[in-house]
Design a protein. Structure first.
Length: 401
């Protein structure tokens, strides 16, 4: 089977590299990796660490391009690749413009599309923007829907997706995170570089990791987030560490607002391995990112989500994350509670991570290899041994342990 994997951004590369590795280990698959380079440098960093060489690089990134421009360029670029490669299936991940346009291009050529991380919904088509609609478009076209959680599967069922086409796999980001964490010890130079930016463990300072870059926060949200960070940094025992996204709408504002504060470290965008190490070193996370909401709980780090909505409500329900919006007073209050209320911190840090167990890629491979006959119940010791042992989603059996 010839499978074309399309991706364009750093999060896609992180979440797809375990799947690509799994597919390439199977002799019955030919894998074509096509990148759009929607994010150029940040994508390349992950591909290098993951030891993945793209077969096709469309190199479509341009400064300040609009959504219509990047969408049309991906759509036509991927179409040329499909015409040449003639894949049996196209695999896309998540909610990016690359995923949406690649799925639509495959649909036009009547090539089945399989969707990794399917079913996430916030219920607001403008938040996250344009990711919510991107997911809905891919969901309307997909053949297999690899949902990371039962709640995501339930959202698909409510949209009349056939339950037989939905497989609950866990999220591949946990596969990537756990695989990378195991390798941290071999990256001594990377660890040393991050440690040089952080206080010595003996200084007893709390490390707050910030990631903020989302488009819907450009209209005032970033200013409010910067105000919250400034207020938080007034605490002598706090160091805020913020790898700043290269988008000028983020970089210029944050460096202007925070660049000279002694309790704030503004770092350049981090490659995946140093980011994982920094995540393991921090106390908790302030973020408007989607993926970090899934990654941080796997390492026991509480998450404050600086958005008004999230398409990952499982973390909110489990207690690993809290929605705080972009109001600086709310952000500061919740951050201070984590800093000063030890019992509250421990409840959030020890909550069950609902996003995966590190074996999502194996489940996806199983389905792609065997289709409707996938032996999903016999994959791993400790998994459910009969249909009666599996959780139900609206009365439909979920294919997970």
């Amino acid at each position: 089977m010839n499978i074309l994997v399309a991706m364009g951004t750093r999060p896609e590369a992180i979440k797809l590299f375990p799947v690509i590795h799994a597919l390439k280990r199977e002799p019955n698959f030919d894998v074509t990796v096509c990148v759009t380079a929607q994010h150029r440098e940040m994508l390349d960093q992950v591909l290098s660490i993951a030891d993945i060489e793209p077969d096709v690089d469309l190199d479509l990134m341009r400064p300040n391009q609009s959504l219509p421009q990047i969408t049309s360029r991906i759509l036509t670029g991927i179409d040329d690749v499909l015409k040449e490669a003639k894949p049996d299936r196209v695999l896309v991940q998540g909610d990016t413009t690359t995923a949406m346009a690649a799925a639509l291009s495959a649909y036009y050529r009547k090539i089945p599309v399989d969707h990794v991380e399917a079913g996430l919904r916030s219920g607001d088509i403008y938040s996250p923007f344009p990711e919510e609609v991107n997911r809905k478009v891919v969901g309307s076209l997909a053949s297999w829907h690899f949902a990371p959680t039962p709640r995501a599967a339930d959202a698909l069922i409510r949209e009349n997706v056939s339950p037989e086409r939905i497989i609950v796999t866990g999220n591949t980001v946990i596969d990537a995170l756990l695989e990378t964490e195991k390798r941290i010890g071999s990256f001594r130079d990377i660890k040393r570089a991050i440690d040089d930016e952080l206080p010595d463990p003996g200084e007893n300072r709390r490390i707050v990791l910030v990631t903020a870059h989302r488009r819907e926060n450009f209209d005032g949200g970033m200013d409010r987030i910067a105000s919250a960070i400034l207020k938080l940094a007034e605490n002598e025992d706090v160091l805020v560490v913020y790898p700043v996204h290269p988008n000028p709408n983020v970089r210029e504002l944050m460096h202007r607002a925070l660049g000279n504060h002694p309790h704030v470290r503004l770092l350049p965008p981090l490659e995946y391995v140093p980011f994982v190490y920094l995540l393991s070193r921090c106390d908790f996370v302030l973020t408007d990112s989607g993926g970090v909401q899934e990654e941080a709980p796997a390492l026991g780090k509480p998450v404050l989500v600086m958005r008004d909505t999230t398409e990952r409500p499982e973390g909110i329900d489990a207690g690993t994350a809290r929605l705080v919006g972009t109001d600086p007073h709310q952000i500061h209050a919740e951050a201070m509670r984590l800093l000063r209320d030890r019992a509250h911190y421990q409840r959030m840090s020890r909550a069950h991570n609902p996003f995966g167990d590190g074996h999502a890629s194996e489940r996806i491979l199983d389905v792609l290899a065997h289709g409707d006959d996938a032996p999903l119940l016999q994959l791993r010791e400790g998994r459910a041994s009969s249909l009666d042992d599996l959780p139900k989603i609206n009365g439909v059996t979920a294919h997970v342990s």
